[in-house]
Design a protein around this ligand. Structure first.
Ligand code: NAI
Ligand SMILES: O=C1O[C@H](CO)[C@@H](O)[C@@H]1O
Length: 328
C-alpha cells in the first residue's frame, strides 16, 4: 500500500514564505493540566514539531517546562519547533500583552504563529480575565455588536503590527473565521493576509465553500478537533475503521490523513502517550476515499464546538444560532 513514512516529515508553504508542519499537537487542558508537560515531551520525541496552544488554555507554563527539558537535553532546538499561540477575545484590547504573557509562560522569545482566537470582542479586564465573560443570565457579554461590529478587525490589525514592529512573531493568522468574517477582514488587512484560518474540521463537518474561499486568498486551513473533541465521536464512523484496517494504521492516522492529503494542517490532542506515538504515519488516501469521508458530513453535518460566543459569526450548523447571516 502506498504510504509516506511519517506525517511529521511534511510541511506546507505559508503565504508569507514560511513553512508550517502538516501535523501538530493540541494542548486544550486534560483533567490534570500539568499532564501537558509529558504530552509535549512525548509528542516531540515521537516527531511532532508543531505545538498548538493559546493563552486561554492555561497550559502554556507546562509547555514551557517541557520545552526547557527538551532544549536542555538536546532533543530539539527552538528553531526545530513551530509554536502557535492565540489571543483570546476577552484580551482583545491588548494582543501584545497577551502575547507577552504567553511568551513568558512558554519561556521563549518568539512564536512562529500568532492567531486571533475568535473574530469577536468580549468584555475583559486588563489581564484578559474573566476568560468567559457571561452575564448572570448566561448571555455572552460582547464588547461590540456580535453581527455588525467591526472592532475585531482592529484586533487583527494590532496583531499585524506586532509582526511588523517586533521580533516576537514570525507569522500571523486567524481562527474561527467564517466566510462572512473573512469578507469583512480582508479589505482591511494592513500588512499581512492571515497565513491560516484554524477551524473545526473533520469528516462530519463538510466546509468546501470556506476551504475554497481560503484557498483563493492563499490562507491554509488548520483543522482543530479532528476527532470531534472529547469522546472522539468521529472515530466511531465505521468507514474510518474500515480505512484504518485497509492501510494498517490507527483510526487517528486516518482522520489526520483526511486533512493532510488535501493540504490542510491537522492538530489532534491526546493524553494517551501510546496513542500520541501512533498518530504519526500518513496513509495516502485516494480521491475516492477522501470524497467518501467528506460525503459522510454532507448527509449529517455535526459541529462539536458550539461555544455560545460563536453564535452570529456566520458559521453553518452552529447549535442554537439565531443571529447568523450565513453566506450561501
Ligand atoms: N482555535 C480554536 O478555537 C480551537 C482550537 N483547538 C485546538 O485543536 C486541538 C485539538 O482539538 P481537540 O478538540 O482538543 O481535540 P481532538 O478532536 O483531537 O479530540 C481530543 C479528545 O479525543 C480523545 N481521543 C483521541 N483519540 C482517541 C481514541 N483513539 N480513542 C478514544 N479517545 C480518543 C482524546 O483523549 C481527547 O479527549 C486542541 O487541543 C487545540 O490545540 C481546539 C478547539 C478549538
Ligand atoms: O480553543 C478552544 O478550545 C475550546 C474548547 O474546545 C474552545 O472553546 C476554544 O475555542
Amino acid at each position: 500500500m502506498a504510504q509516506n513514512k511519517f506525517a511529521t516529515e511534511i510541511t506546507f508553504d505559508l503565504n508569507d514564505g514560511s513553512k508550517i508542519p502538516a501535523l501538530g499537537i493540541g494542548t486544550v487542558p486534560p483533567d490534570d493540566p500539568s499532564q501537558v508537560k509529558d504530552i509535549i515531551i512525548t509528542a516531540v520525541k515521537a516527531g511532532f514539531r508543531l505545538i498548538d496552544t493559546a493563552w486561554y488554555y492555561g497550559t502554556e507554563k507546562y509547555i514551557g517546562e517541557a520545552l526547557k527539558e527538551l532544549f536542555d537535553e538536546g532533543v530539539v532546538k527552538r528553531e526545530d519547533l513551530f509554536i502557535t499561540t492565540k489571543v483570546w477575545h476577552s484580551f482583545w484590547h491588548s494582543p501584545e500583552k497577551s502575547l507577552d504573557t504567553s511568551l513568558s509562560d512558554l519561556g521563549i522569545d518568539y512564536v512562529d504563529l500568532f492567531l486571533q482566537h475568535w473574530p469577536i470582542c468580549l468584555k475583559g479586564g486588563p489581564d484578559g480575565t474573566p476568560s468567559k465573560p457571561m452575564a448572570d443570565d448566561e448571555n455572552v457579554k460582547y464588547d461590540d455588536d456580535p453581527v455588525t461590529g467591526t472592532k475585531f478587525i482592529d484586533v487583527y490589525n494590532a496583531i499585524e503590527d506586532i509582526k511588523a514592529n517586533t521580533n516576537k512573531v514570525r507569522s500571523v493568522g486567524v481562527s474561527n473565521y467564517s466566510i462572512t468574517k473573512l469578507k469583512q477582514l480582508l479589505p482591511k488587512v494592513k500588512h499581512f493576509v492571515p497565513v491560516v484560518n484554524q477551524i473545526e474540521y473533520h469528516p462530519q463537518l463538510p466546509q468546501q465553500d470556506l476551504v475554497d474561499f481560503c484557498a483563493e486568498h492563499k490562507i491554509l486551513i488548520e483543522a482543530y478537533s479532528p476527532v470531534g473533541g472529547t469522546g472522539a465521536p468521529v472515530l466511531k464512523i465505521p468507514y474510518v475503521k474500515e480505512l484504518a484496517d485497509k492501510y494498517g494504521v490507527t483510526v487517528n492516522e486516518i482522520v489526520n490523513a483526511y486533512h493532510i492529503c488535501e493540504g490542510r494542517i491537522a492538530i489532534p490532542r491526546s493524553s494517551n502517550y501510546d496513542r500520541i506515538k501512533n498518530m504519526v504515519r500518513l496513509p495516502k488516501l485516494n480521491k475516492e476515499e477522501l470524497s467518501a469521508l467528506y460525503k459522510i458530513g454532507e448527509g449529517h453535518p455535526v459541529r462539536y464546538v458550539n461555544d455560545p460566543w460563536g453564535y452570529g459569526i456566520g458559521f453553518k450548523w452552529w447549535k442554537g444560532d439565531t443571529l447568523s447571516k450565513i453566506e450561501d
